[in-house]
Design a protein around this ligand. Structure first.
Ligand code: SF4
Length: 478
């Protein structure tokens, strides 16, 4: 039998012996690895539950909680499902559980949404609850639980400063899942003042969109502390914040061109993007830019613009570091993007890898530009299908045998040849499509979602960028 940590405090006699199971053990000698989901760490500590890392230890428990944060976790569950013993109850929660169909085949229940106010009731045996998905009734409506933002710290070094997002990017789950809320500034200031170390976490989708973030930035400087500034919106990043920040900075740029950013409702102009990156590099010397590829309407001219931006950064700065992280778009459930047919462009992947090669070693002669290898087609496809079908051991095995590189229709055909069928709507969606997650009702669920999708299609066929010429990328020799 493997080892697991018993709780140091708070263990109470309950009818059921309960535990968490960690899918990502990094250091088995430690109670919580660096990759442990924050919610799992929080609840295990608060309620004195052991965190298991070896499935062989599960048999001693009647109730097992899982915190699932990405769709790859669904495959990890498939690989350990045979450890579930008769009479044992499994309950999952976590970000990935807003689309619970993929794990319903093995979970007894799936909690959908925030859980701080409900966890104790679930632990005590309550199951008939508004946010509880019961796989025996897969079509029954379940309301995503969107709790009021808590000021209680999530961990000794982390608290939630804001939740949701005041903007409305069409691909992004945050505005469609939660209403936007900010913690009272006094609670954030108290947390910063009392935190004993230098680096702390003020969780927010976009720190500089928080109405009082400049005040918090002043306090961080005054107390010689740093947080990671996330500027998902980019527009709000100011000179005042730039001057004070020495820690990591992250910009959610998303579209590679002004045209694509406008289409997905993230209207960051090219000039503004260049200005904000300049600001960052002048003051902090480094920034991470997050982009997506496979956005709707994407064309080679969009990547031409991106390469001109890269050339501009290279010509304008002689030192510092810019990470250019690319994420393949996955049409996100519950957002206006859910009507998009999933697509992974191999040609775009080739282009990114070619640029990655050209950038290697750039830091030796000037600005260090780094483009990490993006997620490849097979891993991406495995995530996409996990929202549509039960991820059983059979599906896990079939996905593992898919070619590493293929376009979506070929992947679909290969799965079918292995006896795994996707519903027709996977490749053909319309206004009346019933998604596997259609019974999950989120805070932002309203008819405007479809209208926004239609609006995006109108933009795509509109005149605004129709005649954009494609000047050659600015020369930049290496
Ligand atoms: S600004 Fe960022 S967090 Fe907000 S909706 Fe857009 S992508 Fe999402």
């Amino acid at each position: 039998m493997g080892k697991f940590q018993l709780p140091l405090f708070g263990a109470v006699a309950r009818k059921k012996r309960a535990c968490f199971f960690s899918l990502h053990p990094k250091d088995k000698a430690k109670k919580f690895s660096a990759y442990a989901p924050k919610a799992m760490t929080h609840f295990a500590t608060k309620y004195g539950l052991p965190v298991l890392e070896d499935p062989a230890d599960l048999a001693a428990f009647d109730l097992v909680f899982f915190s699932l944060h990405c769709f790859r976790d669904f495959y990890l569950i498939a690989r350990m499902a045979h450890h579930k013993r008769t009479g044992q109850e499994w309950i999952a929660g976590g970000n990935a559980c807003a689309t619970p169909a993929g794990v319903g085949w093995v979970m007894d229940y799936v909690w959908v949404g925030d859980c701080r106010e409900s966890f104790a009731r679930i632990l005590d045996g309550e199951r008939e609850m508004e946010g509880m998905y019961d796989p025996r009734f897969p079509d029954r409506p379940v309301r995503y639980i969107d709790e009021d933002l808590h000021t209680e710290a999530l961990s000794p070094s982390m608290m939630e400063m804001s939740k949701g997002c005041p903007r409305r990017c069409l691909f992004c789950i945050h505005p469609w899942r939660h209403r936007y809320q900010e913690a009272p500034v006094e609670a954030v200031e108290k947390f910063v003042r009392e935190f004993p170390k230098m680096r702390l976490g003020l969780m927010s989708n976009s720190s500089d969109d928080v109405s009082y973030y400049e005040r918090v930035a002043d306090l961080l400087t005054e107390t010689n502390k740093q947080d990671m500034t996330v500027s998902n919106a980019v527009q709000s990043f100011s000179e005042r914040i730039a001057k004070q920040r020495k820690a990591d900075m992250l910009f959610g740029v998303e579209g590679v061109s002004e045209r694509l950013r406008w289409i997905v409702n993230k209207p960051i102009s090219q000039a503004l993007l260049r200005d904000k990156v300049d600001l960052c590099l002048r003051h902090a010397g480094k920034v991470r830019l997050i982009y997506q590829f496979n956005l709707p309407g994407e064309e080679p001219r969009d990547f031409d613009e991106f390469e001109r931006d890269v050339a501009y950064f290279n010509a304008t700065h002689t030192k510092g570091a810019v990470a250019l992280t690319f994420i393949p778009n996955q049409p996100t459930a519950h957002t206006p993007f859910q009507w998009l047919t999933p697509r992974y462009s191999l040609a775009t992947q080739d282009r990114l890898m070619a640029l990655r090669g050209r950038l290697i070693g750039s830091g030796k002669t000037g600005l260090g530009l780094y483009l990490p290898t993006p997620l490849g087609p097979r891993s991406w496809f495995s995530q996409v299908v996990a929202e549509w079908i039960a991820v059983t051991p059979k599906v896990d095995a079939a996905v593992a045998k898919l070619p590493a590189r293929a376009e979506v229709p070929e992947m679909v055909d290969r799965l079918a040849a292995a006896g795994v069928d996707l519903p027709p709507a996977f490749l053909k969606r319309d206004r009346d499509t019933v998604f596997p997650w259609s019974n999950i009702i989120t805070t932002g669920d309203d008819p405007a979602k479809w209208k926004r999708y239609e609006g995006m299609l109108r933009k795509l066929s509109g005149a605004r960028f129709a005649n954009t010429s494609t000047p050659a990328p600015e020369a930049w020799d290496r």
